[in-house]
Design a protein around this ligand. Structure first.
Ligand code: PM9
Length: 460
């Protein structure tokens, strides 16, 4: 521990937001009231919140100054042009349409290009992307390489698409039924793993040969570019901006949730080259989000986004960001705590079924771990396992469980210090020593869809 090379924050603190430690008795009460569901807990009762890295970033002094300079004109606001110029400088696409967040960009895109029965391949679709495709009667298909589902398989780029599977998929289904191909960087639903430049180029080539549009789900593009720089041959001397430009040059467009790698608390956009498609998307944007120079955002939001998307390219920031998440993973791994390897860009994923092997899947070990971690240390995390993804078999009535039972520790950007990270690691190490005491839960109330948000449980 003493000689560990901890990453050092490349910023100093100018504004602080107090957080409160609660007592264990208080947290027990809070859990009971929340139906043992951490989504139902007031944020004030959470000490360290690792529920998500989305919209939880700390903005810089320059972004806050930008907020004051935001131009709130309805049409043609100065802040829009600043935003457009910043995004074009990185993504390189001709048309940039602001939206209020990532899923709005997805909804507008799929409502325009997708017909019932169409199929959209991706490495792994994120939940909102899948939901928007299925809502339109389409099928969201995951074609990631097999190693992505093995938490122990080595690999620098476990987010890579299996290009042979993609080739076959296009052959079998025909291009008429595939409106576009997507690639999620980094692959959030597969351990936050990066996609290599070689894979991006291979997917781009296949799409061009087949005449299919290729879109990125670009939420964490800068983190992906940093992994390319540090892991892929030939990129060590390149700037993050030029790597990102090379990535985007392979594709025809992107959907973006700016709540991740644009370092803002709200925002998103659609970016693309196709003139005709852009016109259609703009018309839908006007009906449902707003005029094309503000989308669903205020001018001040666009200003903060324009500044944040430049700041995220700073290598000292990315070295710290990726280093902080890796450090949390290493502290846990060295203590023998089972985690998905290698550690991803924005989160550490605990293998809950190995952490709690005495709890059967139908007593929800991942969920039990989120509850225990909150009870013991006031840390909020999210289960990505049986409660979130189990499907009921219509014939047997039994629940079928997903391959992986994970708990995600998503680290907000520029928010927590290394001592917070060590606190999280220590809490988990203590909990691991006493893991046999942790009990499973049973569901007492649940919704039909997306039950994890509102489900209520009781300890067994
Ligand atoms: N990701 C996350 O916590 C926000 C919570 S959603 C229940 O990881 C990808 C790869 C994402 C993502 C959001 C979105 C949607 C699209 N793609 O939240 O609508 O990780 O801005 O973005 C969340 P919005």
């Amino acid at each position: 521990m003493a000689d560990r090379n901890y990453p050092i924050e490349p910023y100093r603190i100018k504004v602080v937001e107090p957080i409160q430690r609660t007592t264990k008795a208080e947290r027990e009460r809070v859990l009971k009231e929340a139906g043992y569901n951490v989504f139902n807990i007031a944020a004030e009762k959470v000490f360290i919140d690792l529920l998500t890295d989305s919209g939880t970033s700390a903005m810089s002094d320059r972004q806050w100054a930008g907020i004051m300079r935001g131009d709130e004109s309805y049409a043609g606001a100065r802040s829009f042009f600043h935003f457009e110029q910043a995004v074009k400088g990185i993504f390189g696409y001709k048309h940039i349409l602001p939206t209020h967040q990532g899923r709005a960009a997805e909804r507008i895109l799929f409502e325009t290009v997708l017909r019932e029965g169409d199929k959209i391949p991706n490495n792994i679709h994120f939940d909102t992307t899948r939901a928007n495709i299925e809502y339109r009667g389409g099928e969201a298909v995951n074609l990631v390489n097999d190693g992505a589902y093995d938490p122990e398989a080595p690999g620098d780029f476990k987010g890579d698409m299996d290009v042979e599977k993609l080739r076959r998929f296009i052959e079998v289904n025909g291009r008429e039924r595939i409106p576009l191909v997507m690639l999620t960087v980094t692959n959030n639903s597969g351990g936050g793993q990066p996609v290599s430049m070689a894979n991006i180029k291979a997917v781009g080539r296949i799409c061009r040969e087949a005449g299919l549009p290729f879109f990125f789900d670009a939420c964490r593009f800068a983190e992906n570019a940093y992994f390319i720089k540090t892991r892929e041959k030939g990129y060590a001397e390149r700037s993050i901006r030029s790597i990102a430009q090379e990535m985007f040059a392979e594709a025809d467009g992107a959907t973006m949730s700016s709540k991740k790698d644009a370092l803002v608390n709200i925002g998103g956009f659609l970016a693309l080259n196709d003139e005709v498609l852009a016109e259609k998307l703009k018309n839908l944007l006007i009906i449902t989000e707003g005029f094309p120079t503000y989308g669903g955002l205020a001018g001040r939001d666009l200003e903060a986004l324009a500044i944040g998307i430049e700041e995220v390219l700073d290598e000292s920031y990315l070295e710290y960001r990726i280093g902080q998440v890796r450090c949390l993973g290493e502290l846990l791994d060295e203590a023998g705590i089972p985690i998905y390897m290698p550690v991803g860009g924005h989160a550490v994923y605990l293998l809950a079924d190995r952490f709690l092997p005495h709890i059967p899947r139908n007593q929800y070990p991942g969920w039990a771990l989120t509850v225990a971690l909150y009870r013991e240390a006031g840390i909020r995390t999210v289960e990505i396992g049986s409660v979130m993804f189990a499907r009921r078999n219509e014939e047997t009535g039994e629940e079928e469980f997903p391959e992986l039972e994970l708990v995600r520790l998503a680290v907000p950007r520029r928010v927590y210090s290394m001592s917070h990270i060590r606190y999280v690691a220590d809490a988990l190490i203590d909990l691991y020593q006493e893991r046999e005491r942790i009990r499973g839960l049973k569901i007492i109330k649940q919704a039909k869809h997306l039950r994890h948000f509102t489900v209520r449980l009781e300890p067994l």
